[in-house]
Design a protein around this ligand. Structure first.
Ligand SMILES: C[S@@+](CC[C@H](N)C(=O)[O-])C[C@H]1O[C@@H](n2cnc3c(N)ncnc32)[C@H](O)[C@@H]1O
Length: 198
């Protein structure tokens, strides 16, 4: 079976945005809960990795962050602009593996939700390293990922993330400040974690 590209999935959904399997069309509750647990930092810069339909980016903007959000799928970014025409968020089509040089290390807060698990295991280290590279000095990273044990197989997309996978973040200079290993109502395992660059 050939994996459908992300752009194809967004295109085929058409105006039925809820047909995109991961779309919640609201900010992720785990992100909102984490943001609520700490003081907002109005004016701080935030980057939303692979932002999909933009709800998480809008939540950060609502809290006063100066937000940049990107996705490799042009249709996703077009939908963000349609849904939030007056948004202050800077929405861009961009590839995580070829980001503009001046985005490197340039953000006070980076949000990564369900992208790492969506990209094949053979580029996992590269993916996590690319996410980490966008976090500035003293900056934070929030991660939500489908979770698994280190020795658990990953037969199909999404390919859940293990704690050993996430250890790449420490190699990239980020310290873990919070790690929650949770179950959703359907028994799905989710890691919610926060990191900081010294
Ligand atoms: C499972 S979706 C999650 C989207 C969003 N973060 C959310 O939680 O709704 C994965 C996203 O990663 C995007 N993506 C995949 N490869 C990418 C890349 N190399 N650079 C940027 N975005 C990418 C896809 O287009 C898709 O929007």
């Amino acid at each position: 079976m050939t994996l459908r590209s992300f752009e194809d999935i967004y295109l085929q959904a058409g105006d039925d945005l809820a047909a995109v399997p991961w779309a919640e069309l609201r900010p992720r509750p785990a992100l909102v809960e984490w943001l609520d647990s700490r003081p907002d930092r109005p004016g701080a810069t935030a980057l939303v990795i692979a932002c999909g339909f933009g709800d998480d980016a809008e939540e950060l903007a609502r809290r006063g962050y100066a937000v940049r959000a990107f996705d490799v799928a042009p249709t996703a970014i077009a939908r963000c602009r349609e849904r939030f025409p007056d948004s202050p968020v800077d929405y861009r089509v961009a590839d995580l593996f070829a980001l503009p040089a001046d985005w490197s290390g340039g953000h006070d807060l980076v949000v990564e939700i369900q992208t790492v698990q969506s990209l094949p295991r053979d580029v996992r280290r590269e993916t996590i390293t690319a996410v980490a590279a966008t976090v500035g000095r003293g900056g934070e990273l929030f991660v939500r990922a489908s979770g698994r044990d280190d020795d658990e197989p990953t037969p199909h997309r999404p390919w859940p993330v293990s704690r050993a996978d996430l250890a790449v973040l420490a190699d990239a200079g980020l310290s873990e400040e919070r790690f929650d290993d949770t179950r959703d109502a359907r028994g799905g395992r989710w890691f919610h974690a926060a990191y900081r660059r010294a």
